[in-house]
Design a protein around this ligand. Sequence first.
Ligand code: PEP
Ligand code: MN
Length: 378
Amino acid sequence: MSTLLSNPLAPDNKLGSSLPWGSSQKGCELVNTPQTAEALAMIIITRPDATEDQIEHIVSRIHDWGLRAEVSRGEMRVVIGVIGPEDKVREKPLGAFPGVESVTPVLKPYKLVSYEFRGMPSKIKIGNVVVGGREVVLMAGPCSVENEDQIIAIAQSIGKAGAKILRGGAFKPRTSPYSFQGLGKAGLQLLAEARRESGLPVITEIMDTKDLDLVCEYADCLQVGARNMQNFSLLREVGRTRLPVMLKRGMAASIKDLLMSAEYILSEGNFNVLLCERGIRTFETMTRNTLDLNAVPVLKSETHLPVVVDPTHGIGIRQFVPSMALAAVAAGADSIMIEVHNAPELAKSDGEQCLLPGEFADLVGRIRGVAEAIGREV
Ligand code: PEP
Ligand code: MN
């Protein structure tokens, strides 16, 4: 079971620890109901030479006013988010404190996910793998976990090729109720076995709040799929865990919708969120979806959360997946998720779009070339 250390407000990320919702870091343990009904209204950025006494003074005065303060410590500056009713916050003389460099009202509808909230990109830890740093992290694996031989063989081959995280669905959202729905708990157990054999942390989909405790027992990262991007009760529940959550963009969702959905998760106290572009529906019929790579630079400038791209579902045709994976890296993705299967013709879902292990290994080499060309690494 992985432990989660990547809350941007946690000491491990060299940031403050003024969590208003309690400080439990245990995987799936539900934390106290957060007091987040009031929004982040103002962001205070301190001067590089601000002293600890000055920062403490600002925070205690914010508390005296009946408001809340979120402290994020960066290398050079401390960012203090002021949370409370906007009209009440606006009337306070926040710029008058010694040590303050700037005070900015948060006007965007998404607050905690906004880039300004942290002023730097967040790094999210999945097992021991960090997403959001210099490394472009590769996630790979089958669409569905099918049996022991399949998942272990794939885990070992993708690990050898350079993938850092194993993907595989145990609960599958299928368009038809007659299609394979996933192995459920048995699939999660096979993922755990594949993790033991390969050393790779695992990401798997959570479809329903009723399965959350079970999935949290096995997963290192929860995936909320495109079809559930606006399942707000599910978003709130995963927000009350401390497991990393990869939120996939809905197929008819705007970038802003995606950010607003992520805000649900953060507003419950879970800052371990990654956003995934996986293609949207357009009038185009030659491909399964239209991979919206516009979303990558836009998200990177709008939010501090890491951005994952899933070119497999984005284009849906094996032959074209590598090109879109390379383009996603060039566009600035922090992580790429690719479906890989050792016998695509036997796959119980998405066989037509997954790469063979050899094709994946070949792609990793090419991704490395693109990553290095833009100052990143694989
Ligand atoms: C998947 O990753 O297998 C999946 C079902 O993806 P999406 O939710 O993007 O369709
Ligand atoms: Mn799939």
